[in-house]
Write a protein that binds this ligand. Structure first.
Ligand SMILES: [Zn+2]
Ligand SMILES: [Zn+2]
Length: 302
């Protein structure tokens, strides 16, 4: 299946970097870098940053991506909210916004209408240009009809910035500037760029096992830093799988945790693809072209 060709694009006015988003975004970068230079390296600080990196990466991969955007496993309403909360404190906008835009990415992947295709608009745009402009500030609620029926998700979407500010501030209250610097600023900058690699590098760097209609790739290094999201060609091929590593040697920490939680009843339907789907070689119509599940098919929250 041919990968979509690049279509020339004339940048729109609302695709320029936006001050309101850009100041906090770049400001946290400056505090992180200048703060570490000014106060010196701290191994315990780095451990704190890594801890909150992986905790929140789980919120993005298992929560925002695999659960809310793709409904690839089931859980009860309490853990559903916990996933939304962990995603929210990752400082990557609200759960409904994230899921609605991600569903659009899959609908048009790497075509001219894809909101963050490196094929169409280059690495910088796909990595962060689309995030710090005005164009995608709004979300299409029609994309997330299945999610807006939960009032707590509408609530956490509405107050996501307040929650982020409270979260960031709590580090300072707990451990002063050192904790704020490492636990929030350094950790969040790493988390942003770790997550963004899936929109940028995962569509240009790695192997293609499946002949999908986009240019998605599988990449072990990206899977390591994103808890399994680097198996992106697998994912574009079969979005309904809770696992993105399809074989045991494809390290997928999010799947391992979700699977572990299924043994204690927190999650269910945490599966790899059926063998006949997984073992199909290239030149097959990707099952990922199946529509996103709609409200009637959704798991009932307990
Ligand atoms: Zn996806
Ligand atoms: Zn993709």
């Amino acid at each position: 299946m041919p990968v979509p060709k690049r279509v020339p694009h004339v940048a729109r006015e609302d695709e320029r970097p936006k001050i309101v988003t850009g100041v906090p975004f770049w400001g946290i970068h400056v505090v992180a870098i200048a703060g570490v230079i000014a106060t010196g390296w701290s191994w315990s600080g780095f451990a704190l940053a890594i801890g909150f990196y992986y905790l929140r990466m789980f919120g993005i991969t298992a929560g925002y991506h695999r659960y809310f955007a793709h409904r690839s496993f089931k859980t009860g309403r309490v853990f559903q909210f916990i996933l939304a909360f962990l995603g929210t404190i990752s400082t990557q906008k609200g759960v409904l916004w994230w899921a609605s835009h991600h569903r659009q990415h899959h609908r048009y992947s790497d075509g001219p209408k894809d909101i963050h295709s490196p094929i169409q608009r280059g690495l910088w745009w796909s990595h962060l240009g689309w995030i710090i402009c005005n164009r995608y500030e709004r979300m299409d609620k029609n994309e997330v009809k299945d999610l807006v029926k939960f009032p707590e998700l509408v609530w956490i979407q509405k107050y996501e910035r307040v929650i982020v500010v409270l979260f960031a501030t709590s580090f300072g209250v707990w451990g002063g500037f050192w904790a704020f610097l490492w636990g929030y600023c350094v950790s969040t900058v790493m988390l942003w760029h770790g997550t963004f690699t899936i929109n940028s590098l995962s569509h240009v760097w790695g192997q293609r096992r499946y002949d999908t209609t986009d240019d998605s790739r599988n990449n072990f290094l990206l899977a390591l830093i994103t808890m399994g999201e680097g198996w992106h060609n697998n994912h574009h091929y079969y979005q309904r799988s809770a696992a993105q590593g399809f074989y045991w040697w494809e390290l997928d920490m999010s799947y391992m945790i979700l699977k572990g939680l299924s043994y204690v009843g927190v999650t269910s339907g945490v599966n790899r693809p059926p063998r006949h789907v997984r073992d199909k070689t290239i030149k097959n119509t990707p099952p990922s072209e199946a529509p996103v599940p709609q409200a009637a098919e959704l798991p009932r929250a307990a």
